[in-house]
Ligand binder design. Structure first.
Ligand SMILES: Cc1cc2nc3c(=O)[nH]c(=O)nc-3n(C[C@H](O)[C@H](O)[C@H](O)COP(=O)(O)OP(=O)(O)OC[C@H]3O[C@@H](n4cnc5c(N)ncnc54)[C@H](O)[C@@H]3O)c2cc1C
Length: 507
C-alpha cells in the first residue's frame, strides 16, 4: 500500500464522523436506504452501485466493528441520527469521546490501519503516485515519487486499486484536507479510463470558518436548528418544502442566494440552535458544543455563522459493482469514483461507500490476479534521476495553483453560468499552456493533473445545460428531462472530451 499521507492519519476520512447504514430492522431496511440514495441522486447515479451500497451497508458496518471500529451506542443499541435527506435515522457516529472534533475520523481509520499490520500488508507512506504504467492497454504498475528524497520509483503490480480520494480541494473555499486535488482521477484518465459526473461537486452548506473551521453538523437540523439571514428571517421554507431539512445542495444554494441578495452575514448566514432541545445539546451535541465553547461560543445561545464550501466530489472514475474500472488491471473505490451517489450524496454515505466498494475492489483485484497468466511480485525500481523543480518553478506552480483554485471558486462553484464556465475554461487553458513549457518536474506534473481534472469539471458543467442536484446553472435554472443520465469524460490525444449518456448503457 502506497500513500502520500500516512495511512491511518491522512485523507478526508480523518475528519469524517458518521456512517450511514441500513440496519435490517423494519424501520430501516436496505430498500428504504436505496430509495433515499436514488431520490437524492436525481437520475444521475447508477442504480446497480446504489443497490450494492444499500444492501451491503450493514454487513460492512459489522465488518468494521470486527476490525475494531467502535460505534456509539445508547442503551446497548447503535446510536442513529437523522440528517437531512434520510427518511429514517440511520447515521451512526463512531465513539469519538476524548478525540478532537476535527480529528474524529481517526476513530475510524486507526483501527483499520492497525488491522493492516495484523494482515501483514506492507505500507509505504510518503509516496505520491504520479502516473499509472500501462502495457497493451492494461495497468501494470505505478510511477511514484518519494516525498522525502524526491526520488522516482516504478512499482510493478498485476493490479492497482486507486483509493486516492476526491477533488473538492480544487476549490478555494473547501473543508477538505490537503491532497484532495483529484490525483486519482487524473491518473485514471491518463491510463485511458472513463470518468463520470465530474460537474457534480457537493458544497457543504454550513461550514464555519471563524472563530474555528468546523462543519455545522447536519444532524443539528434534524434536532431543530434553523438558518436565518441578516434580517432574522428563517428563510429555508422559501427555498424548499422540507425547510431546514432540505438536502445539502438546496441548502447551499439557498445560503449562496441569500448572501448574493445582500442578506448574508460575513459571507454566510446565521445558524440558530435555540430550538434544539436542551437534552440533545447536553447529549449528542455536547462534544460539538465543547469545541465551540473553547472558541467562546455557547451552542444553543449564540448564533453561529456558516456558509458553503466545496465538500465532496460526486464525480470520478467509472466502476462496475466489483470496483473494476474501464481499464484492465485498474480498480477504484471511495471518493475517487463516480456514479454511486449521483447528483447529491446523503450524509454518511461516503464512509459507507468506501467500506463497501473498498472491500469489493480489493476482492475483485485478488480474484482477477489469481487467474492472470503472468504474475509479478511488486518491485520497486529506482530511477537514477530525481525530477525536482527549481525554487523559481515551485513558486510559479504555487501561484498558478492559487489562481486555479480561486477561479474554480468564483466561476465553477455553487451557482454557475455558461459565460463564467467559458471564461474558466479559457483561463485553465492559459494556465495549462504556461505550465507545459516549464521544465519537467514533479510539481509541474501535479499541476497539470489539477488542470486536467478542473477541465473535466468545467467541460461537464458546460455540457449539462440544466440544473440538477449539486449542479446549478443560473442560465438554465430548471431540471430538464433530456439530461437524465450522466456525463462521461475521457482524455484523448491530450484533450478532455465529454459525452452525455443515458443511464443503463454499460460500464
Ligand atoms: C469535513 C468533512 C467531514 C466529512 N464527514 C463525513 C461523514 O461524517 N460521513 C461520511 O460518510 N463522509 C464524510 N465526509 C466525506 C468523507 O470523509 C470522504 O468522502 C471519505 O473519507 C473519502 O475516503 P477515501 O478513502 O476515498 O479518501 P481519503 O480518506 O481522502 O484518502 C485518500 C488517501 O489517498 C492519498 N493520496 C491522495 N493522492 C495521492 C497520490 N497521488 N498518491 C498516493 N496517495 C495519494 C491521501 O494522502 C489519503 O491518504 C466528510 C468530508 C469532510 C471534508
Amino acid at each position: 500500500m502506497l500513500s502520500l499521507g500516512p495511512v491511518g492519519r491522512s485523507g478526508n476520512t480523518l475528519v469524517a464522523g458518521g456512517i450511514s447504514s441500513a440496519t435490517n430492522d423494519v424501520e430501516n431496511p436496505p430498500e428504504l436506504f436505496l430509495h433515499d440514495i436514488m431520490q437524492s441522486g436525481q437520475g444521475v447515479g447508477n442504480s446497480s452501485l446504489a443497490r450494492v451500497l444499500a444492501e451491503e451497508s450493514f454487513p460492512a458496518l459489522q465488518r468494521m466493528e470486527e476490525f475494531g471500529v467502535v460505534f456509539a451506542r445508547e442503551g446497548g443499541k447503535l446510536l442513529r441520527r437523522l440528517p437531512p435527506g434520510h427518511s429514517v435515522p440511520r447515521n451512526i457516529p463512531t465513539d469519538w469521546a476524548g478525540v478532537a472534533f476535527a480529528m474524529r475520523g481517526i476513530t475510524f481509520v486507526r483501527p483499520l490501519a492497525e488491522h493492516l499490520a495484523v494482515e501483514g500488508v506492507a505500507v509505504h507512506n510518503g509516496f505520491c503516485a504520479l502516473r499509472l504504467l500501462c502495457t497493451e492497454g492494461r495497468v501494470t504498475g505505478v510511477l511514484v515519487v518519494e516525498r522525502k528524497s524526491g526520488k522516482c520509483f516504478s512499482v510493478r503490480a498485476d493490479a492497482v486499486v486507486l483509493a486516492t480520494g476526491g477533488y473538492a480541494g480544487l476549490f478555494w473555499r473547501t473543508n477538505n484536507v490537503s491532497d484532495s486535488y483529484g490525483d486519482g482521477v487524473a491518473l485514471a484518465l491518463g491510463a485511458g479510463c472513463t470518468v463520470r459526473d465530474m460537474e457534480m461537486v457537493q458544497f457543504h452548506p454550513c461550514m464555519m470558518f471563524t472563530p474555528v473551521k468546523l462543519p455545522v453538523l447536519d444532524s443539528l437540523f434534524g434536532a431543530g436548528a434553523l438558518l436565518r439571514n441578516s434580517t432574522g428571517e428563517a428563510f429555508m421554507p422559501r427555498y424548499s418544502k422540507t425547510g431546514n431539512m432540505a438536502t445539502r445542495d438546496v441548502m447551499a444554494r439557498a445560503i449562496f442566494q441569500e448572501v448574493a441578495a445582500g442578506r448574508g452575514v460575513n459571507g454566510g448566514v446565521y445558524v440558530d440552535c435555540g430550538k434544539v432541545p436542551h437534552a440533545a445539546l447536553e447529549g449528542q451535541f455536547s462534544l460539538f458544543g465543547q469545541v465551540l465553547a473553547k472558541h467562546g461560543l455557547c451552542l444553543g445561545k449564540d448564533m453561529l455563522v456558516a456558509g458553503p464550501c466545496a465538500h465532496y466530489s460526486l464525480g470520478g472514475v467509472v466502476i462496475d459493482p466489483q470496483g473494476r474500472t474501464t481499464v484492465a488491471g485498474l480498480y477504484a473505490a471511495g471518493e475517487v469514483c463516480g456514479g454511486v451517489h449521483g447528483a447529491n450524496r446523503l450524509a454518511g454515505g461516503s464512509l459507507m461507500d468506501a467500506c463497501v466498494f473498498g472491500w469489493r475492489a480489493g476482492r475483485a483485484a485478488v480474484e482477477d490476479m489469481a487467474g492472470a497468466a503472468t504474475r509479478s511480485d511488486s518491485v520497486f525500481t529506482s530511477f537514477s534521476n530525481c525530477i525536482d523543480a527549481t525554487s523559481d518553478a515551485l513558486f510559479q506552480v504555487k501561484e498558478w495553483t492559487r489562481q486555479l483554485r480561486t477561479l474554480m471558486w468564483e466561476q465553477v462553484s455553487v451557482v454557475r453560468t455558461g459565460k463564467g464556465l467559458q471564461a474558466a475554461l479559457a483561463t485553465l487553458h492559459e494556465l495549462e499552456g504556461a505550465a507545459k513549457v516549464l521544465w519537467a518536474s514533479v510539481a509541474r506534473e501535479k499541476f497539470l493533473h489539477k488542470c486536467m481534472v478542473a477541465s473535466c469539471v468545467v467541460r461537464s458543467a458546460l455540457a449539462r445545460q440544466e440544473s440538477r442536484g449539486a449542479h446549478y446553472r443560473a442560465d438554465f435554472p430548471l431540471l430538464q428531462e433530456e439530461y437524465t443520465g450522466h456525463t462521461r469524460c475521457r482524455f484523448v490525444e491530450g484533450l478532455v472530451s465529454v459525452q452525455f449518456q443515458a443511464e443503463g448503457m454499460g460500464l
